[in-house]
Design a protein around this ligand. Structure first.
Ligand code: 9MR
Ligand code: 9MR
Ligand code: ZN
Length: 526
């Protein structure tokens, strides 16, 4: 078949000139596409997104802080890791010497004015905290990002159960609970252990500095429970309240535990209404996940508690925080308003009333138009503004895809549905790098993610089903700046292990991609 010549479009982010070819509807089979002196083989199948959706969920299994048995992990098996007792961080802050202070950038100094959170009561005796997913390329475990990941997965399952396969070959497979819920529970069980005696949640459980590229079981550094944070506490409350609804039909006792833990956390939050951003105490050099704003986290928590309990107090709290939140199409670790929107639009629905449903829906629909505009402005149809390629740019693409999918669920609009699909395509290779950012998938795929097990296991292929953060020209390592030179934003990417700023993987980049992939996978299941 010959295709007519198509108009090309300038893609500002990459400097490429891009022609998008509409192939029409194709019967399953293998096709060869030739043009411009190149040729590509295209395979058309009935369920093109099944394998990759499965792999992206299973990717989280590979992040488990646990023994990975050969039966489930194959060549990527490893012994149990991080098995020592965790200690609460209680080291006093040394004063900053004047000459050091003089070198600290002003915005950072401002942050240092925030006093670190005080510990509560007697130091708890060191205890083993089991499980949880390693956050990313490092072995830290962080409550807020973990809770957000949980929410992406639980909403994927709630909205697109047919898109989430139940045969992932994980230890719980076949226990009568859908595998996506089995995998997510592994993180929830860890979050439950991260509550302090007063109800607040520790921000993270990590060693005091990043280990070198060694296998997890070789990382025997002391793990510390960091100070608590309001954002971690709110995120945990939200995820646990949501989980108590999702898991109730399978395990009422677990659902009760999630809810009582969430309620205790909420009580702490109401007793500590002031915003006070987390700050890493001196000496604790693992991931920061700093966030100056906690209205969106509190909003999300109140929405989930209202959806779970139906009690007016939570509704009023959610309505109060709603006045402070605007970024309803964002679903990342720092900005969780979108997760509150998911709860309101698809769980509360009309029960949300005038503010949490009618008003929020209008505001959400308006905001999601912006995502579509970004797609239209891009030659490749990528939902990342050309000036916004930052660390973890994949999150912007996936958040916008989630928003456009939610729009199409509410309105039936096909332009939104198709624009969201271009984001999954982007992740899988329809991008200026001509590269799939998902390990193990695609003709040309990421081979050297910043991921300690992949770097240390002596196996050529990286652990499969993980997604790299992608191009970044905003907050780079100085060495990266030199290497990249003047390449355009969407090409600011190097597939080398060292570059965490472009090539690290993270659980909360996998999970929104699961949400997006599960939606399309479910469509082909019908
Ligand atoms: O490997 C670390 C990665 O997980 C973090 O996201 C990143 C944050 O800056 O830091 C990486 O660790 C590097 C450390 O910051 C500096 N020394 C080299 C470490 C490995 O590249
Ligand atoms: O995802 C985080 C990204 O938004 C930040 O710009 C970046 C630098 O602060 O940190 C990323 O999070 C890293 C975390 O701090 C430590 N574990 C690995 C995470 C992914 O790179
Ligand atoms: Zn571990």
């Amino acid at each position: 078949k010959n295709f007519p010549k198509v108009e090309t479009k300038d893609d500002v982010a990459s400097g490429d000139s891009v022609a998008m070819l509409e192939l029409g509807e194709l019967e399953p089979g293998t096709y060869t596409l030739t043009g411009g002196g190149e040729s590509r083989v295209i395979e058309v199948t009935e369920r093109p997104w099944q394998a990759v959706t499965d792999a992206l969920i299973k990717g989280l299994y590979f992040q488990r802080c646990d023994e990975l048995q050969e039966e489930h992990a194959g060549i990527y098996k490893h012994p149990a890791c991080h098995t020592g007792p965790a200690e609460e961080w209680r080291k006093p802050e040394p004063p900053i010497p004047e000459d050091v202070r003089a070198q600290i950038p002003a915005h950072f100094l401002k942050m240092l004015e925030i006093p670190p959170e005080e510990p509560y009561g007697e130091a708890p005796s060191p205890r083993r905290i089991k499980g949880g997913w390693h956050d990313a390329g490092d072995y830290g475990k962080y409550v807020g990002p973990g809770a957000v990941t949980v929410a992406h997965l639980l909403y994927a399952w709630k909205l697109f159960p047919q898109g989430c396969s139940d045969d992932l070959n994980i230890p719980e497979t076949g226990n009568g609970v859908p595998d996506i819920l089995n995998e997510t529970r592994f993180e929830l069980e860890w979050i439950l252990q991260m509550q302090r005696a007063d109800g607040a949640f520790y921000h993270k459980l990590t060693s005091d500095h990043f280990p070198p590229f060694i296998m997890p079981e070789e990382d025997t550094q002391q793990e510390y429970l960091s100070p608590i944070s309001r954002t971690a506490t709110s995120d945990a409350v939200a995820a646990l309240a949501l989980a108590s609804r999702v898991y109730r039909p399978y395990d009422a006792e677990f659902a009760d535990k999630c809810l009582s833990t969430a309620l205790f956390g909420w009580k702490w939050l109401t007793e500590h209404p002031e915003t006070r951003p987390y700050r890493n105490p001196f000496g604790l050099q693992s991931g920061f996940y700093g966030d100056g704003e906690d209205h969106d986290e509190r909003f999300w928590a109140a929405c989930e508690l209202y959806a779970t309990t139906g009690e007016t107090a939570y509704r009023e709290a959610a309505e109060g925080f709603y006045r402070e939140v605007r970024k309803l199409t964002q679903f990342g670790w720092a900005e969780v308003s979108g997760l509150g929107a998911l709860c309101c639009l698809f769980d509360l629905k009309e029960n949300g009333g005038e503010i949490l449903y009618d008003d929020l829906k209008q505001a959400f629909l308006r905001r999601s138009e912006w995502a579509l505009l970004v797609v239209k402005a891009s030659g490749y149809g990528t939902a990342i503004p050309a000036t916004n390629y930052e660390w973890g740019s994949i999150l912007t693409s996936m958040s916008n895809a989630m928003a456009m999918i939610m729009n199409t669920l509410l309105t039936g609009r096909e332009d939104m549905r198709d624009a969201a699909l271009l984001q999954l395509d982007y992740a899988l290779g329809l991008n200026a790098m001509d590269l799939s950012f998902v390990t193990g998938y695609g003709e040309r795929q990421v081979m050297f993610p910043h991921h300690r097990p992949s770097g240390a296991d002596g196996i050529e292929a990286p652990v499969p089903g993980l997604i790299a953060g992608g191009p970044n020209n905003k907050m780079n390592y100085p060495t990266v700046k030199d290497r990249l030179g003047d390449v355009p934003a969407a090409k600011s990417y190097i597939d080398e292990t060292d570059f965490a700023d472009m090539n690290e993987i993270a659980i909360y980049w996998n999970s929104p991609t699961v949400f997006v992939a599960a939606y399309y996978n479910a469509l082909t299941a019908e």
